[in-house]
Design a protein. Sequence first.
Length: 133
Amino acid sequence: TELGPMTGYGKMNLAGMLLLPVAAAVAALISFGARSDTLLTVFALNLVPMLIGGLVSWLLLRGAARAGKGQGIALWPTVIPAVLGAAWYLWRAVMPAEVAPGAEYIAGPQYLLIGVVVLSIVAWIGCRIARAR
């Protein structure tokens, strides 16, 4: 089947998927300098939870588009972790931790993955409730 044009919600989902890895790489650039191996690793580590959140949001958006309800809720697994994670990384680039600066670049994606899974479950339930009304 032919795919139609991307909706505004689809564009928001894609932007959310890319926002976090780019913000994390920019923060790593500020913290560590122009080390291509570090920047690529930080980008890839943060891309994993965003790809999972983006896939879940895409699936929820497909169902929400058919029902006409719940599109905003469907974006939660992507947009909320992307905005919070990007803000955290950029804040820590400006105000690094004194004890272990840079540790958040390894631990952050693990916490974000947990957040994506929890938000995916909550968004799925929220979309089901929105469609039932």
